[in-house]
Design a protein around this ligand. Structure first.
Ligand SMILES: Cc1ncc(COP(=O)(O)O)c(C=O)c1O
Length: 385
């Protein structure tokens, strides 16, 4: 049975062929430590890493590639941003749709450092910008918002929030986990001060890759301290970027694969990817509308969202539906609470969880048709059973 993979919001798969080739090439042909030696192999590794920074900078309108720091995943990037910026008594505005990788570090900072948090809840079809404005206090030090929800696909009005953040001179952190490579992002135009993102989702890189962009004027404490291959005589972490935020040996093979993924996205263009995913999303939503007994969460059908759709079959447990889809139809989806318990409260699925399908560039309408047939079968079997 061929697998139909509808779990791209967790990690994209399959990857463009060049991604695994470039990972293998890095291991086999120049497996040296980047930035730690002046020899040819080390220089080759360093060049690949720098080129990846340059391509990421191109994708997000970032002026200086050295303001991008490589991490292991979005979680690490978001922790670096939140813990590096906030101090005792600061106030943060965030939303009820955040992933645990934003919410947990914030709640940690609340417990240990007395940081205050205001959660903004969206309406059914989106956020009201005034709610963010009303929440601003004198000690507001950060606004942290996920560009797109990993539960319902809802897109936040990043540009408007960014404008407001600039007006009040408050740093603006965007979690780009569900939007990088999928929605256009320009850090300057959107006034994004910090962008945390994974390499292994919409950028089609390998797992174990991610990055954080930090505006050059923003001072951040590093989360990790250690060897950077530079200024080794200093006891303290060097000030220069990116070294200040990249202690320890980087994941050169992963970053080499990420470079191939980012080039894939740049060559196709984000618009082309977005159009394809949007087409699959609206196609699925219209098919779901014709199916009785399917409850879909999130914004109305005509509203923009990324290619993430959460639903339940009335009368059935979400995990059972996911299990049957996987075992009997070879369709890989995710069920449960998707690391966002507050998001489920917001969607009214705190008790039940939901089944989530999420598309990538390689999915097709034919695969969606197979999902719809499988759901019909499952519903019929339930009624008969
Ligand atoms: C919105 C959002 N933020 C953060 C993350 C964490 O990403 P990572 O697994 O790369 O740490 C995810 C992962 O699903 C996500 O969907």
């Amino acid at each position: 049975m061929d697998i139909i993979y509808f779990d791209n919001a967790a990690s994209s798969w399959p990857k463009p062929r060049l991604v695994s080739q470039k990972v293998a090439e890095a291991i086999q042909e120049y497996g040296a430590n980047p930035g730690r030696g002046g020899h040819q192999l080390s220089m080759r590794a360093s060049k690949v890493i720098y080129k990846t920074r340059v391509k990421l900078a191109q994708l997000f309108g970032i002026q200086n590639p050295n303001d991008i720091f490589f991490t292991m995943n979005a979680t690490m990037s978001l922790n670096m941003a939140i813990k590096g910026l906030l101090k005792n008594g600061d106030h943060v505005i965030t939303t009820t749709l955040e992933h645990n990788s934003v919410r947990r570090p914030l709640e940690y900072m609340k417990k240990v450092h007395g940081v205050e948090i205001t959660y903004i809840k969206p309406e059914k079809n989106g956020f009201i910008i005034e709610e963010f404005k009303k929440a601003i206090k004198q000690n507001t030090r950060l606004i942290a918002v996920s560009h797109a929800s990993n539960l319902t696909g809802m897109i936040a009005p990043i540009k408007e929030i960014g404008l407001m953040a600039r007006e009040y001179n408050i740093p603006f952190l965007v979690d780009g986990s569900q939007s990088v490579g999928i929605l256009p992002i320009d850090v300057k135009e959107m006034n994004i001060s910090l962008l945390g993102f994974p390499g292994h989702k919409g950028l089609y890189g390998p797992q174990g890759t991610g990055a954080l962009y930090v505006h050059p004027d923003l001072q951040l404490e590093p989360l990790l301290h250690g060897g950077t291959g530079s200024h080794s005589e200093l006891i303290e972490q060097p000030e220069t970027r990116p070294d200040r935020f990249e202690s320890g040996t980087l994941n050169t093979p992963g970053i080499a694969g990420l470079l191939a993924g980012v080039e894939f996205v740049l060559n196709l263009g984000v618009e082309e990817i977005r159009n394809k995913e949007w087409e699959l999303t609206t196609y699925t939503l219209s098919k779901f509308e014709d199916l009785p007994g399917v409850e879909v969460y999130g914004p109305n059908r005509e509203k923009e969202r990324v290619a993430v759709i959460s639903f339940n079959l009335i009368g059935m447990d979400a995990s059972e539906v996911a299990y049957i889809l996987d075992q009997e139809y070879g369709i890989a989806v995710r069920s449960g609470f998707h690391c966002t318990p507050l998001g489920h409260e917001t969607s009214g699925t705190a008790e039940t969880g939901a089944v989530r399908i999420s598309y990538g560039y390689f999915n097709t309408k034919e695969q969606v048709d197979q999902l719809i047939i499988a759901i019909r079968d499952i519903q019929e079997a339930m009624l008969e059973g």
